[in-house]
Design a protein around this ligand. Structure first.
Ligand code: ZN
Length: 465
């Protein structure tokens, strides 16, 4: 009788070995994964040093692609005192906690007063660990250290220009001192903000802001000086001023088919096909939509003013020219005897000989030299600190953007390009994005009383103070 054969208890030996190898490989793979040595990352998207105002929020971007995030801490060291600002544990989930948080945005709130922190310079230390089993289970560590300035006090603004008379539709200048460096300061007129510039005086705290009271803003609109420091603390102070109310001329313009046919060829390419089915519709598109788009293009050209005042004295007026239309004339447009539109004329029209040379009204840099719809061939000169002059309906432009022009240097020739009935120069003045009355800038008395004397009245303290 044969001994019964041993019952095979499982897989053949080879299979067992293979299984063991696979298991070992899996374990090794698992351990390698758990023991990964890739550090977590921490990003702080803020300039150095880091300014902390009265209520700050510091944004961190954390990531760990392999084992995931474990813990985030932020400690502020200031005046010999350590303050724990944040201590966050990130949950793990899944089998053996294998599913970690790969990416997270953390906003650390700091309220220095609640934390009894005095203003001053300090250091922020941030640490992030991941879920790796390295370092005896504590994970990979990434640290970030950033100099901080705690500043909870708003800047002080000292107005240096008293007795300011501002015409509705006119310009003004404010000279002021700031108690600390402020990335943003200037004059607010209602909802419009006019940034100021430092750098003219030896006293680095002294700033100049040109501003405007729009022709369309009420005389009682608040005018204040504003400053915001690097920590986000803001201050406002009243700007002493008196407004002279203006009455602007009213005009009624009859628009004939002949006139529309005359201006259409130069503008047709800029009218969407559906907007210009009839002559009247084409005119309305030009007068409303194109006017608005053109204004946006002009504003774009004024967005980065030269940071120094390039001009001096009164601005020049086109020589031997008769005025044809004034600033802020309110125009009602009639077609077939009916009112079809209303617009403001935001410059002065000057008629001289046809193709008369156009001199630069003052020294400046060419900010734009291009065809701008209703304004036709146009040059915009940047005179610095937010003051711009604009020359429109030219037949020819002889300068290009970036050119530096002296006062009276020829920049082009008058013409009829754009929305113009006859050869003339449409001359505009802007303070940042607001059109202002050019008449002020042509007037030597206005320039002296309202600008030159105010700028000169500020005496710089001796250097070093
Ligand atoms: Zn005009």
């Amino acid at each position: 009788m044969q001994k019964p054969r041993r019952i095979r208890s499982g897989w053949p030996f080879g299979a067992l070995v293979a299984a063991a190898v696979v298991l070992a490989a899996a374990a090794a793979w698992f351990l390698a994964g758990r023991l990964e040595g890739e550090q977590p990352s921490v990003a702080l998207d803020a300039p150095a040093p880091l300014f902390i105002g009265a209520a700050a929020e510091i944004p961190f971007g954390l990531a760990d692609a392999k084992s995931g995030l474990r813990r985030f801490t932020a400690v502020l060291i200031l005046g010999g005192k350590e303050t724990l600002l944040a201590d966050t544990e990130f949950p793990a989930s899944g089998l053996l906690g294998l599913t970690g948080v790969r990416q997270e945005s953390v906003r650390v709130k700091v309220a220095p007063r609640e934390l009894n922190l005095a203003d001053g310079k300090g250091v922020l230390n941030v640490a992030v660990r991941d879920r790796s089993w390295r370092n005896w289970g504590r994970g990979n560590l990434t640290e970030l250290r950033r100099e901080v300035v705690v500043d909870t006090r708003p800047p002080a603004i000292e107005v240096m220009t008293q007795q300011n008379y501002i015409n509705q539709g006119g310009a003004g200048v404010a000279v002021y001192r700031l108690s600390e460096e402020c990335p943003v300061s200037g004059v607010r007129v209602g909802d419009r903000f006019y940034p100021g510039f430092g750098g003219r005086y030896a006293d680095r705290s002294a700033h100049i802001a040109f501003f405007a009271l729009g022709h369309d803003q009420p005389p009682g609109v608040p005018i204040v000086l504003e400053a915001t420091d690097a920590a986000g603390n803001s201050a406002r102070t009243r700007f002493p001023h008196a407004v002279r109310k203006k009455t602007f001329k009213k005009d009624r313009l009859t628009i004939s088919d002949g006139f529309i046919q005359q201006i259409l060829p130069g503008l047709q390419g800029q009218i969407p096909p559906q907007a210009g089915a009839t002559l009247k519709e084409a005119f309305l598109y030009i007068n409303r939509d194109m006017r608005r788009l053109n204004y946006e293009a002009i504003v774009a050209a004024t967005r980065r003013p030269q940071p120094a005042m390039l001009w001096q004295g009164p601005f020049g007026r086109l020589p031997n020219a008769a005025p044809r239309a004034g600033f802020a004339d309110h125009r009602t447009y009639l077609y077939d005897g009916k009112e079809i539109d209303q617009q403001f004329h935001l410059g002065v029209d000057l008629a001289s000989l046809a193709n008369a040379p156009v001199p630069a009204a003052n020294a400046g840099v060419v900010a734009a030299a291009a065809f701008i719809g209703i304004y036709g061939e146009t040059v915009i000169l940047d005179h610095g600190l937010g003051v711009f002059s604009m020359y429109s309906h030219l037949s020819q432009i002889t300068v290009k953007p970036g050119d530096r022009l002296a006062k009276d240097e020829v920049l082009g020739y008058t013409g009829t390009s754009g929305l113009a009935g006859g050869d003339h120069l449409h001359f505009g003045m802007l303070v940042h994005a607001t059109f202002v009355d050019p008449v002020e800038w042509w007037d030597p008395h206005w320039i002296r009383d309202n600008i030159t004397l105010k700028l000169e009245a500020v005496k710089s303290p001796p250097a070093g103070k």
